[in-house]
Design a protein around this ligand. Structure first.
Ligand code: AMP
Ligand code: FE
Ligand code: FE
Ligand code: ZN
Length: 282
């Protein structure tokens, strides 16, 4: 079984439509794919409709969270699988975060413009095409303006990595965890040691999250060096958490391919057994 539990579509900052994503997953010889767009479930229905026979679809999302226990607060991503997409408190919070992303996107554009960079909010929003707006869409505008040659370059410190990395009003991580659990979903901490993206949370927070109902940790991820993968695996072992591995596929926004990292069947089964929001689509 080849199981990839983290992938993005045009519903957020991926470059394949949800329909193209499920077809690409089957072509990559995956047996299971989770669609996990940032702060939205908008890709679920088109992915369901296009799902090739033989591919199991796990409906999920990646929630933009922040741990406010330290100053400045540390951003982190919580994967949520198989939750009820109609649970009102979660629906409202996802909508609030998407609005916060738009407001932050506008502030990034304003700062770029005040530095003399010729990009507009309409252009950036256009690249998102109705999906969740993120920095990769700003990266496209920087590429179009001829200022960077790739998304990777756009995330260097002089651009979106630091100078134009403005904070957004993310969900408190404990609130997000509670909402996912209330909606019958399964929370897994995405790339908890992705140090290249900025500060990461201390293990003591992961201990607290585990006590609050966190189910798993994503260990095998391209943003983790081998020693970071080993560290996450050991921590999961100590806390009795499930370990996952996934590509975090974003289409052409990132070089990683579907199925580049995968999750073991035992971990996948534990995730299925913990879920009671919506079923896996077999
Ligand atoms: P945002 O969600 O708007 O804060 O933007 C973060 C998104 O940018 C992540 O989900 C990735 O898709 C992408 N990203 C972050 N760091 C990099 C990087 N170094 N290179 C390419 N894409 C990145
Ligand atoms: Fe992303
Ligand atoms: Fe992420
Ligand atoms: Zn992701």
């Amino acid at each position: 079984m080849r199981i990839d539990l983290h992938a993005h579509s045009t519903a957020s900052d991926g470059t394949l439509t949800p329909a193209e994503l499920v077809v690409a997953a089957a072509e990559a010889e995956l047996d299971v794919l989770a669609i996990t767009d940032h702060d939205t479930t908008a890709g679920w229905l088109p992915a369901e409709r296009a799902r090739p026979a033989g591919l199991t679809l796990i409906r999920g999302a990646e929630l933009s969270c922040r741990w406010y226990g330290q100053t400045p607060p540390i951003p982190l991503h919580l994967l949520a699988y198989l939750f009820d997409p109609t649970y009102p408190a979660l629906v409202a919070e996802l909508a609030r975060v998407r609005r916060a992303r738009e407001e932050r996107g506008q502030r990034i554009v304003e700062r770029l413009r005040s530095d003399g960079v010729d990009v507009t909010w309409d252009e950036v929003r256009g690249y998102a095409n109705g999906g969740t707006v993120g920095r990769p869409h700003v990266a496209l505008a920087l590429m179009r303006a001829g200022l960077v040659g790739s998304t990777q370059e756009a995330f260097e410190a002089r651009w979106l990595g630091e100078r134009y990395r403005l904070p957004k009003e993310d969900t408190d991580v404990f609130t997000a965890l509670r909402l996912v659990l209330e909606a019958g979903g399964v929370p897994v901490f995405a790339h908890p040691r992705a140090t290249k993206r900025g500060a990461v949370v201390p293990d003591s927070l992961i201990v607290e999250l585990a006590a609050a109902g966190l189910v798993g940790l994503e260990a095998d991820h391209e943003a983790h060096a081998p020693e970071e993968r080993a560290h996450v695996r050991a921590l999961a072992g100590e806390l009795g958490l499930v370990v996952t591995g996934s590509s975090d596929f974003h289409g052409t926004h990132k070089p990683v391919r579907l199925g580049a990292f995968t999750t073991a069947i035992e971990a996948y089964t534990q995730i299925l057994n913990s879920a009671h929001g919506v079923p896996a689509l077999l």
